[in-house]
Design a protein around this ligand. Structure first.
Ligand code: AMP
Length: 405
């Protein structure tokens, strides 16, 4: 079935065409109709499967229809809650682009920026509000947010919201919004916590599950290569130089390591940028923006960018360090192979990280393909580095010193 065949407004269809969305993805195919019918939905879908549009399309359709018929009540009609600012902004952009020619108005509020412009926007009238929980509660408690006529509540990445400790906030929110409403849950994983939350909010949600046994999307080829911790930077240099036109997201374990890897790449004349939770919010947006626009093609980041962020055209994900939380492996590699594209992911695994690899394979239910290197190939890569400090480092190591890399 194509979008053309859907009973949705012509303006939405024409925007979907502009975006190149001809056919619904699996999650869209399964979720759009029940949402249009007014059902409560609990959808479990992998990242990168098109789940944002799976709720954006029907929400826009429902609210536009009402607005066109002149059925207008005051205040926000739909609230979409997302766990991080970047994700909230991204969802809001999908509402804007698909809803470009509609009467319904959408807006995004999140922390880390001035609240006055957000209040001014709310006062002008907003139908669909995408928000992070913190700023939304601030505005509710200050009386700037009227949700007494809310018709649809949508929680995106609900599992992460719970992990970040928003359970009580969500329960509190329910006191501010009408009991009679439509509730939509989107989550990458189904856990006991999610079930408990979902069933405390809605009784008879339709459950939609798009999760094959292996949660890594089919269109991602992923492999692991065994590399000593201290040698990882030389292998990264090698890959980045080999694929100098490609776009990379490189995941590391800590903020400090993100900065160190950027410095190490700089020494070998490779321009990269780091992103982590310690970077100031406006700068975080700017870094992602440069990456989106290909002004920087290598983003070195902690798990702050593992979830939800939709950066188009990422060719490779490198796990410079393996994640210690297995689920994050799936989220990280999901930054490539978006929509219908193919993606590649490569993990650098040191001896100490073997336990993480075992956990990840247990979680995904499959052995990750091994990328075999002969001793000669390994030594060649070390020998080919442009890092002038390398030999010094070797000498220091032989003396028994040296930092962990
Ligand atoms: P999401 O899972 O919502 O983050 O979406 C992942 C990617 O898939 C985004 O880049 C979307 O623009 C793209 N996408 C979503 N729906 C479709 C569709 N029906 N056809 C093609 N691409 C899509």
């Amino acid at each position: 079935m194509k979008f053309e065949d859907y009973r949705i407004s012509a303006q939405i269809k024409s925007q979907l065409k502009v975006l190149g969305f001809n056919k619904p993805t699996d999650i869209q195919f399964k979720a759009i109709d029940p949402i249009l019918k007014g059902e409560d939905v609990l959808a479990i879908a992998q990242t990168g499967t098109g789940k944002t549009a799976a709720f954006v399309i029907p929400i826009l359709e429902i609210l536009e229809k009402k607005k066109s018929r002149g059925k207008q009540t005051e205040g926000v009609k739909c609230l979409v809650l997302a766990p991080t600012r970047e994700l909230a902004i991204q969802i809001s952009k999908v509402f804007e682009s698909i809803g470009q020619n509609l009467k319904v108005v959408s807006a995004c509020i999140h922390g880390g920026v001035e609240q006055d412009p957000q209040i001014a926007q709310l006062n002008k009238g907003v139908d669909i509000l995408v928000a992070t929980p913190g700023r939304m509660f601030d505005l509710v408690s200050q009386g700037h947010l009227n949700m007494k006529n809310l018709e649809i509540l949508c929680l995106d990445e609900a599992d992460l919201m719970l992990d970040l400790g928003f359970y009580k906030d969500i329960q509190d929110l329910l006191k501010h919004i009408p009991k009679h409403r439509q509730t939509l849950f989107f989550s990458a994983t189904i856990t006991l916590k999610i079930k408990k939350l979902a069933y405390s909010v809605v009784k008879n949600a339709i459950r939609i599950q798009i999760s094959p046994k292996n949660p890594v999307a089919k269109n991602i080829d992923h492999a692991v290569v065994f590399i000593e911790m201290d040698d990882k930077r030389f292998f990264l240099e090698n890959v980045l130089k080999e694929y100098e036109e490609s776009k990379f997201v490189v995941f590391v374990r800590t903020k400090i390591r993100a900065e160190r890897v950027v410095a190490a790449m700089e020494r070998v004349m490779l321009k990269t940028e780091f992103l982590h939770g310690g970077v100031e919010q406006q700068e975080r947006f700017a870094i992602l923006d440069r990456f989106r626009k290909n002004e920087n093609r290598v983003l070195i980041t902690t798990d702050v960018a593992a979830r939800g962020i939709d950066i188009p055209d990422v060719d490779y994900v490198i796990n410079y360090d393996l994640p210690d939380v297995s689920e994050n492996y799936v989220h990280r590699v999901g930054r490539t192979g978006r929509g219908n594209k193919r993606g590649q992911a490569l993990s650098f695994c040191s001896k100490d990280e073997m336990v993480f690899l075992e956990d990840i394979e247990e979680y995904t239910g499959e052995e990750i393909q091994r990328f075999e290197l002969t001793n000669g190939e390994y030594e060649d890569i070390l020998g080919a580095t442009d890092d002038g400090s390398y030999n010094w480092k070797k000498l220091i190591d032989e003396e028994g010193g040296g930092d962990e890399w």
